[in-house]
Design a binder for this molecule. Structure first.
Ligand SMILES: [Zn+2]
Length: 174
């Protein structure tokens, strides 16, 4: 029963694909477990490229290519405290709309829909106790991004924070 519940909770985010979001606002879930730092972002496509459907023009195709390249480059998104000596273990990007994997001809433009990209990153940090903040470099990568709403769970506590472009460091609970 416990496992069934756990599986349902883990599966839940996928069920919300296409839900309304606020343009310019990214969601971040951050957790620290043992020596690992995990970050999971949900970003409105509008914030990344200015549209939320498959690219239609050469300019949109180029914008999608650039956005995907940045999403796949961990240092274009976050920079954990250097003192914590973190190295990237793995990352995963999901942005099927930008990748053009949606079949052409199946589009229903009459009904505007929202679409997100999701990115998850896992770091292993030699000095995890020194991890006081994470610089959200994605503000530099995506000029339409206005703020990041973060939820954090670390051994030192839980917290929520809103990070804006002017001060793009996310402080961890201490
Ligand atoms: Zn949207």
């Amino acid at each position: 029963m416990f496992w069934l519940l756990t599986i349902c909770l883990l599966a839940a985010p996928a069920a919300y694909a296409g839900k309304a979001h606020t343009h310019g606002v990214a969601q971040l879930k951050l957790s620290v477990e043992a020596a690992q730092l995990n970050l999971a972002f949900e970003l409105p496509l509008d914030t990344l490229v200015g549209f939320e459907r498959a690219p239609r023009t050469p300019a949109e195709t180029e914008a999608a290519r650039v956005a995907l390249a940045r999403l796949r480059e961990a240092t274009a998104l976050v920079k954990p405290d250097a003192a914590a000596k973190c190295r990237l273990l793995g990352s995963q990007v999901q942005a099927q709309v930008l990748e053009g994997t949606a079949k052409p001809g199946t589009e229903r433009p009459a009904e505007p829909q929202h679409a997100d990209a999701s990115v998850s990153l896992t770091f292993e940090c030699e000095q995890i106790a020194q991890l006081g903040s994470v610089e959200l470099a994605l503000f530099d990568s995506f000029r339409r991004l206005e703020r990041v709403e973060a939820e954090m769970v670390t051994p030192k506590g839980q917290g929520k924070a809103t990070v804006r472009r002017a001060a793009k460091n996310l402080r961890l609970p201490r």
